[in-house]
Design a binder for this molecule. Structure first.
Ligand SMILES: Cc1ncc(COP(=O)(O)O)c(C=O)c1O
Length: 412
């Protein structure tokens, strides 16, 4: 590990009041990340001194609030290298983004003859909206299989595409259960070769990997602020302007219109067409501050440091007898799921909590994946740059103790 990187992230840990105030080790950042003071301050400053509505009023406070809100959108557009801020739609989060996209896409593009391809490793958020779209349009939902290591099978994807009529492919950029990072630009090129659109669930990628919508080549991308040091209640749906222009709004209300008569309406320009109602203003400002914070640390540096931490976690976990890693494909995001024969994940996580270690257990919102792996639950440790090598040592030492206890109880 490069010494300067280690020092930079040890120092960054001090920016997180909740991490500094706790004696416990937090290893559940894939569920939600902690917030740096800069994000908390940006939001409380807005509430304390700048609070007003956006887009519709002419008094100065509202104009300033509108500027802050629009600045946040511009920061996000630069963060993901969108062609224009109009392609950045504010939503409630990844789940909301995918639901909005699938619903609208279904109305414009899906027919009973259409096929929708979704990978076996998807979070329920990138499966259920497609089940709903398939049910309402009559389209067929089909699975893209994974390899035993947990990679998406590109051969199987090509074979499925070559059968024809695939309208949309939906895959995750980084799996929340397996950790696999999927080769999005290759998948995008393949989908486009067969005339299909590609939606990517970026919930687990946005906090960890440099994002470039032009280089990725996908058509739509979804992510949540709360997993990337920002607040809850806001996320992003990015899609190409030409695609957004061809999609209808699925939710109506204030701000998203051009003109309204009693019987019909016309729509506002992008992005407002997809943002009805008073938006999450303070949350957008908080997300903008999170993006500033991550940029100042540098996402490539975060990626390098977290990759080192993650390899250390995996190698330390392997020292525990009878522990099986779940998800070993490369490249990987900073998380590792595992399974220990004879020790239930809920017991492991409960006992680890008593040792001051917070990890996630259960089906991780991936029930079809777990069924495919013949498992009912997993334990997952997930990392962020505010974690340290010491956090991992503490987790593994506690896990050794917990496993001994659980396996001893079982033998008796
Ligand atoms: C891969 C993935 N997709 C989607 C989601 C849903 O994100 P949210 O609950 O913020 O909408 C998550 C959350 O854990 C996730 O890990």
């Amino acid at each position: 590990m490069k010494h300067h990187l280690h020092q930079r992230f040890l120092k960054a840990r001090e920016d997180f009041p909740a991490i500094m105030a706790s004696q416990s080790v937090y290893l559940d950042s894939a569920a939600t990340s902690h917030k740096p003071s800069a994000v908390i301050k940006a939001m409380s400053d807005f509430y304390e001194t700048g609070y007003a509505t956006v887009n519709r009023a002419v008094y100065r406070k509202a104009l300033l609030a509108t500027d802050l809100y629009n600045n946040a959108r511009e920061k996000i557009a630069r963060f993901i290298n969108a062609s224009s801020p109009s392609e950045v739609i504010f939503t409630k989060g990844t789940t909301d983004s995918i639901n909005i996209f699938a619903d609208s896409f279904s109305r414009s593009f899906l027919k009973p003859s259409s096929r929708i391809l979704v990978s076996e490793m998807e979070h329920h958020s990138n499966l259920i909206p497609w089940q709903i779209a398939a049910a309402s349009s009559g389209a067929h939902l089909e699975r893209i299989p994974i390899t035993p290591e947990g990679a998406l099978s590109l051969d199987a994807l090509r074979e499925l595409l070559s059968l024809g009529n695939v309208t949309v492919v939906a895959v995750t950029h980084c799996s929340n259960a397996l950790g696999t990072i999927n080769p999005i630009s290759i998948i995008a090129a393949m989908a486009h070769e067969y005339g299909a659109y590609l939606l990517v669930d970026g919930a687990q990628a946005a906090p960890h990997i440099p994002l470039d919508m032009q280089a990725l080549g996908c058509d739509a991308y979804a992510f949540s602020a709360h997993k990337m040091c920002g607040p809850t209640g806001i996320g992003v749906l990015w899609a190409r302007e030409s695609l957004l222009d061809s999609l209808p709004p699925t939710r109506g209300g204030g701000d998203m219109i051009d003109t309204v008569t009693f019987s019909s309406s016309t729509w506002a320009e992008l992005p407002l067409k997809f943002e009805p109602g008073t938006p999450p203003i303070a949350e957008a400002i908080g997300l903008g501050a999170a993006v500033d914070y991550l940029n100042a640390l540098s996402i490539p540096a975060i990626h390098e440091y977290e990759t080192e931490l993650s390899f250390y976690l995996t190698s330390r976990l392997l020292s525990i007898p009878s522990l099986q890693l779940v998800g070993t494909a490369l490249p990987r995001g900073p998380l590792q799921s595992f399974h220990i024969k004879g020790a239930h994940p809920l017991d492991i996580a409960t006992l680890l909590d008593l040792e001051g270690i917070a990890v996630r257990s259960g089906h991780l919102c991936c029930q079809p994946l777990l069924a495919r792996l013949s498992l009912t639950a997993l334990t997952r440790a997930s990392l962020a740059f505010y974690n340290t090598f010491d956090d991992i040592d503490r987790c593994v030492e506690a896990l050794e103790k917990v496993v001994k206890k659980l396996l001893y109880i079982q033998i008796r």
